[in-house]
Design a binder for this molecule. Structure first.
Ligand code: FAQ
Length: 312
């Protein structure tokens, strides 16, 4: 049949490494998957500003404050980039935001945890942006052109974010015993949620097989999670901190660290909306959107006026 042929030709292009562009024919399910993933990714960037926004007024120095502000602004930029990439697939930003605000759309589980100390700014940059990079570098080569291209700049900025986070951790670990204890406490609280960012285990990942076939996913959730552990454990040791996992051990034969079981019930609970900060994050986001309504209205009124002037 015709449809089958179109789909076969589409898959052949993907297999050859040809990028799919916005106006190209694509299967509905490919479009839907991309809208799902790119919009979740955009929501994550936007909601992801909130845990760090909590510390802008309490940054310990002017320099740390300006770096943190710049990082949070970068995240807003990433969100806008990603909403634009999603819009190329024929959805409207208003609809995507409505899905976020109603609690229907997902965003990364990691942003539903509280930021209790300044060391959390270090741990987020280092572990959360660090994990984001590991997940997103392969996305620069994914099959959908607009998403792949957006990821290039995003990854460059994420690498600045990760460096600034590690720099905060280095300062704290070279500081007083109380500062080092603060750094250890942040690591203890962010380690496992960071591993959860990579998603369910491969066995439980419902979308992976199809996304791999379409080259949206170039590596599996577990492969990328392993990469994160292998890369981060030596950094933890360099800081003189302890990995909060009694089962962690290096396997000299495989060259990889083996690590303990992830608490998947905690992960699933956060996804269901019952993490420590899910409600608070959504409320803050909805309020920010409502507070900005007058500004969006003003922009539309101005655009209408300009259009009317041009006609006259
Ligand atoms: N949280 O079948 P899979 C950042 C959902 S980085 C919540 O494996 P998939 C930067 C998943 O959506 C964070 N939900 O799904 C930053 C699916 O549900 P659905 C954002 C999760 O899509 C740093 C279900 O579980 N990065 O923001 C999570 O093949 C610091 C089954 O899972 C991205 O979004 C989770 N952790 O693989 C900003 C990267 N994991 O949709 C501010 C792009 C899974 O069927 C501060 N996304 N789920 O209802 C991806 O690479 C993929 O979507 C995965 C999940 C790998 C996240």
């Amino acid at each position: 049949d015709d449809m089958g042929q179109e789909e076969r030709a589409f898959q052949a292009r993907i297999d050859e490494g040809i990028k799919i562009e916005a106006k190209d024919w694509m299967p509905d399910a490919y479009r839907k998957t991309l809208i799902r993933q790119i919009s979740q990714h955009a929501h994550s960037e936007i909601v992801g500003q909130l845990p760090e926004g909590n510390w802008v007024t309490r940054a310990p120095t002017l320099k740390r404050k300006s770096i943190l502000l710049a990082k949070i602004q970068d995240e807003a930029g990433h969100g806008l980039y990603l909403y634009s990439a999603a819009e190329t697939l024929g959805v409207s930003r208003d609809d995507l935001l409505a899905a976020l605000h109603s609690g229907k759309a997902k965003y990364s589980s990691i942003f539903n945890y509280p930021t209790l100390s300044w060391a959390d700014m270090g741990a987020i940059g280092w572990l959360v942006d660090g994990s984001a990079i590991i997940n997103q570098i392969p996305l620069c080569r994914c099959s959908y052109g607009p998403y792949a291209r957006a990821m290039i700049r995003v990854c460059k900025e994420e690498s600045f974010h990760a460096r600034q986070g590690y720099d905060i951790m280095m300062s704290l670990c070279k500081g007083t015993p109380a500062q080092k204890a603060m750094a250890q406490d942040a690591l203890n609280r962010w380690w496992w949620p960071s591993l959860m960012m990579f998603g369910p285990s491969d066995a439980a990942s419902v979308n992976s097989a199809q996304s791999a076939q379409w080259r949206i996913k170039l590596f599996s959730n577990d492969e990328l999670r392993q990469r994160m552990v292998d890369q981060t454990v030596p950094q933890i040791e360099y800081l003189g901190l302890t990995v909060p996992d009694p089962d962690l051990k290096f396997n000299a034969e495989t060259g990889h660290y083996e690590f303990g079981e992830i608490d998947w019930s905690e992960f699933n609970n956060v996804l269901k909306g019952n993490g420590p900060c899910n409600r608070e994050r959504l409320q803050t986001r909805v309020k920010a959107y409502e507070d900005g309504e007058w500004f969006r209205d003003a922009l539309v009124a101005y655009a209408d006026k300009q259009a009317a002037n041009e006609k006259a």
